[in-house]
Design a protein around this ligand. Structure first.
Ligand SMILES: Nc1nc2c(ncn2[C@@H]2O[C@H](COP(=O)(O)OP(=O)(O)OP(=O)(O)O)[C@@H](O)[C@H]2O)c(=O)[nH]1
Ligand SMILES: [Mg+2]
Length: 332
């Protein structure tokens, strides 16, 4: 009996040790590595809480027979779709004003969404000189993949494309960029890992000019928008491009993962303050996430969505279309 009790105690002690070992936090790393999820393991979807299906069915439910006060419910529905409290509040107020005339609330919300998104905007690149696109965003949002797709799209339009591997931080980042470049015949400028990202951008501007490229797309390392030193590094890359090219980048695209939810608002604010973001590339819209956060980004910061990523393939990049985005958000 005593032997059995003893064995059980020993087994429990071993199990406890194993458990502690597994749950011990990771040791100290660099600031960037310690805070950054790897690109192959993106952060869990914050919008997973939003049930599948569009907003329209839920809005109709809120306005269904017997419902007393649908407005707080409408606001909850919008917030759950990552639209953000301020923009949700604006939509509810505007819809409520017009609903008095007895219109369909779903149609009114749709109109409001399209109004906030405004005209669908395209990338604004010059036709008579080297156009420069700086790509920024948090870790794993889809920057390099979007660059690969964009390079292919531009090459298919007959443009000569160069790429700058200014992500000198992540292991194998330049190999990943190189693999994408091969598909589109783009020329890549990169240096060894750990090199100064600004120096790579500087060389790339000079090389792209020397090759008479039409467009240079600059990849940068993923960074947490709350890490000031990393945002300073990004500002420096932008300054260096401006110095080398004589003008700031023509487009600075924030790559926003549609599954990151309302955190996208804080990301957009921080990146816009640091490097004057001119547009959003909304990625991973092929999953269940519907990207309601871009409404808040447009409403609060005035930054339009310009591109939409709908998969991992080279052809899975579309120009943003406000009407179809609104339909997707509302629909199934
Ligand atoms: N489903 C889907 N996956 C995507 C899309 N865009 C990118 N991905 C995937 O997201 C993951 C991260 O993509 P990357 O392009 O490496 O992201 P990144 O922002 O460059 O990552 P870091 O450089 O590490 O910050 C990869 O597995 C991509 O295949 C998209 O539109 N849809
Ligand atoms: Mg990358």
């Amino acid at each position: 009996m005593i032997a059995v009790v003893g064995l059980v105690l020993v087994a429990l002690a071993i199990a406890g040790l194993v458990y502690r070992r597994r749950t011990r936090p990771a040791g100290p790393g660099t600031e960037r590595a310690a805070t950054a999820p790897t690109s192959t393991a993106p952060a869990p979807a914050a919008s997973a809480k939003v049930p599948a299906g569009g907003l329209a069915a839920r809005i109709r439910g809120a306005f269904g027979p017997g419902r007393q006060d649908p407005w707080p419910e409408l606001e909850r529905i919008l917030i759950a779709a990552d639209v953000g409290p301020a923009t949700s509040d604006r939509i509810v107020r505007d819809v409520r004003e017009r609903y008095a005339s007895g219109e369909d609330p779903t149609a009114l919300v749709g109109t409001e969404i399209r109004t906030i998104l405004g005209e669908s905007e395209r990338l604004d690149l010059p036709g008579d000189r080297l156009g420069i696109v700086l790509i920024v965003g948090v870790n794993g949002s889809g920057k390099t993949t979007t660059i690969g797709k964009l390079a292919a799209r531009l090459a298919a339009e007959g443009k000569r494309v160069s790429l700058a591997g200014s992500d000198t931080f992540r292991a194998a980042a330049s190999e990943q960029l190189g693999a994408w470049a091969e598909r589109s015949g783009a020329h890549v400028v990169s240096q060894e890992r750990g090199a100064d990202p600004g120096a790579v951008a500087f060389d790339a501007v000079k090389a792209a000019r020397a090759r008479s490229s039409d467009v240079l797309i600059v990849d940068t390392a993923g960074r947490l928008h709350t890490k000031q030193p990393l945002m300073e590094e990004l500002k420096k890359v932008r300054r260096v491009i401006e110095k080398a090219a004589g003008a700031p980048p023509d487009e600075t695209l924030l790559v926003l993962d549609a599954t990151t939810g309302q955190n996208g608002i804080a990301q957009a604010r921080a990146f816009t303050e640091a490097v004057e973001v001119t547009g959003v590339a909304l990625t991973k819209l092929d999953g269940t996430a519907k990207g309601g956060v871009v409404l808040a980004v447009r409403d609060l910061l005035g930054v339009p969505v310009k591109l939409v990523g709908t998969g991992e393939g080279v052809g899975d990049l579309e120009p943003f279309d406000a009407a179809s985005f609104a339909a997707r958000l509302l629909g199934g």
